[in-house]
Design a protein around this ligand. Sequence first.
Ligand code: SAH
Ligand code: SF4
Ligand code: F3S
Length: 437
Amino acid sequence: MNTKKLYIETMGCAMNNRDSDHLIAELREKEGYVLTDQAQEADLILINTCSVREKPERKLFSEIGQFNAIKKPHAKIGVCGCTASHLGEEIIKKAPSVSFVLGARNISKITQVIHQDKAVEVDTNFDDSTYMFSKNTNPDIKALLNISIGCDKKCTYCIVPHTRGKEISIPTQMLLDEAQKLAQNGVKELLLLGQNVNHYGTRFSNPHKPTNFTQLLRELSQIEGIERIRFTSPHPLHMDDEFLEEFASNPKICKSIHIPLQSGSTKVLREMKRGYTQEWYLDRVQKLKSLVPHVGISTDIIVAFPTETEEDFEETMKVLNLVQFDTLYSFIYSPRPHTEAQNLHNPISKEEASKRLATLQARHKEILAQKAKQEIGSIHSVLIENHRDQSPYIWSEGRSDTNRLIKIPDQVLPLGSIVSIKVTHHEGGSLSGELLS
Ligand code: SAH
Ligand code: SF4
Ligand code: F3S
């Protein structure tokens, strides 16, 4: 039989990963495609793009050229995601080998555009919020679940509101039904997705009973079979006491949280239009740590925003030292089109920006080494996700509810089980431990 083959490359964030899962499922269910990891064998090549910084966007055109050189003669190339939203038909003008362009807000139209010639679907007002969730015929232990699309904030450095449009929440009942289905298919852990998850419930496309993110967490955690709930990203501004208390007291909510800082300087935060101050951020973290002393905190930091002085950068270092983040995603500021900050004069040289990034990352490495030592002897509940066999070594591995990857040597534990592990070793930031129960 001559099955059609799909090759897909995904850049960017968890939301793009979820969109890719959806694209794959739609093409499998409705068009009979199977996945291949060899672009030269594919009948359809999809590039699901990110434009949050300039580098991945620049990479797109060289990738299109490479795919065009190796693809089968009849194979189509489609560009999807945030760069598709942002550049639209310019992509086809610049790279005529591209057959269609499908924006991040329009992915439910994939089965239409593959049959059209040079289709460009990039409407960021399109309400993609109530399309059917992809059929989960390939169930896993963990599942991604979009709870909202778009973003209503106007952070002055960020292109996402331009590529993903206005924020719309997905109706609660749809989310509960989908979570129920996922649980029946064996899913144990949900990762709720949105650019600003704790703004959930502010706008729906249809009339909806008043609700908020804390309420959604409560309702989702009632579903039998769902053992763990994670979410990304919450916005520090909307982390009210009610939310923090639910986070702390609900046993199904994993005790790890991403709290994007962006900058430690109140002045820079104002210029970024983040809506909070250093004091507010530290107050929220302190409250959280008092409620959940072992909480795992990750963050995003941008260095060398055009108005960031050496003193402002020191404020960021101060917050890094005070919070002691468990994971740090750090970036040099990259000017983006359609953003308020794009025209700011930037006096910071590339060398200075790289130096600040290196200083931040080096200090964080020290913090991590210190934290890893403190982990010895601690006890975690771990969801077993994998078995590995690199003869003569075998082990099981999974993530603690604080989101640390932990190996359990010499054990083949049931996939999907949640077990108690005592940490016994750390090596290069990775932890291993022994089974307690
Ligand atoms: N909604 C999320 C962020 C999504 S974008 C939030 O509010 O935190 C992911 C990360 O990319 C951001 O947190 C930010 O740290 C980084 N980022 C966004 N725009 C950037 C830019 N112009 N230059 C460098 N990093 C940027
Ligand atoms: Fe971008 Fe700010 Fe929206 Fe996050 S909250 S996606 S950083 S505009
Ligand atoms: Fe995500 Fe990149 Fe778009 S970070 S929202 S894929 S611009």
